[in-house]
Design a protein around this ligand. Structure first.
Ligand code: AMP
Length: 214
């Protein structure tokens, strides 16, 4: 099964996507995580991507398209994949359609997660991520048991450098200008669904699960 999860920054794609992918036995391909790994490994791609990410802008299409094509045909994606953060503009969605056709693959669900700007801002400014396993926490909504330490693996928690107020507002603008047109691109498709992501985590997950189980 292949799924595209999209929506604004802070809507919960990463947390919910990881859980869904685990439950349905498919690989979670979070473009932001793939890029952050490339940045910390200082690969050629990471070095090119860093300035865009720090500024809250989109990394160029050629870099992300190449990266995703490698991953959807990799061995760990034989049972399927969940795309989180890709595509992020119409050019990427067109490129994705071409690569799916080339590899004889299809998308089973395109799920749009939505929440108000106020909720997104609150979620983004309190977000904490484990530096070892990538698990996400929130200072107020889902704090770790021990401050600064991951409940899952004991790793140390950090705030993403692009989760500052200034970069967050740039990311929300980029979303409105470049990513929200995907609603028109996918909106009439029979695999398209919209999920209200303003509710609590468990409720949102239950809605996503209902969509995927059909
Ligand atoms: P995320 O973790 O999904 O919020 O992504 C963090 C940052 O990575 C974004 O602000 C962009 O700079 C970059 N990024 C993630 N996905 C994409 C994409 N599909 N296209 C271009 N840039 C991306």
């Amino acid at each position: 099964m292949n799924i595209i999860l999209f929506g604004p920054p802070g809507v919960g794609k990463g947390t919910q996507g990881a859980k869904l992918a685990e439950q349905f036995g498919i690989v979670h391909l979070a473009m932001g995580d793939l890029l952050r790994a490339a940045v910390s490994e200082k690969t050629e791609l990471g070095l090119k991507a860093k300035a865009f990410m720090d500024a809250g802008k989109l990394v160029t299409d050629d870099l992300v398209i190449g990266l995703i094509e490698e991953r959807i045909i990799a061995d760990d994606a034989v049972n399927g994949f969940l795309l989180d953060g890709f595509p992020r503009n119409v050019a990427q969605a067109v490129a994705l359609n071409e690569m799916l056709e080339k590899h004889g693959l299809k998308i089973d669900h395109v799920i749009f997660m939505d929440a108000s700007k106020e909720a997104l801002l609150q979620r983004l400014t309190g977000r904490l991520t484990c530096s070892a396993c990538g698990f996400g926490f929130h200072r107020h909504y889902s704090p770790p048991k021990i401050e600064g330490q991951c409940d899952k693996c004991g790793g140390s928690l950090y705030q993403r450098t692009d989760d500052t107020e200034e970069v967050i507002s740039q990311r929300l603008e980029v979303y409105a200008d470049q990513t929200s047109p995907l609603l028109d691109f996918y909106g009439d498709d029979n695999v398209f669904s919209k999920v209200d992501a303003e509710a609590g985590m468990d409720e949102v997950y239950a809605s996503l699960e209902r969509v995927v189980k059909g």
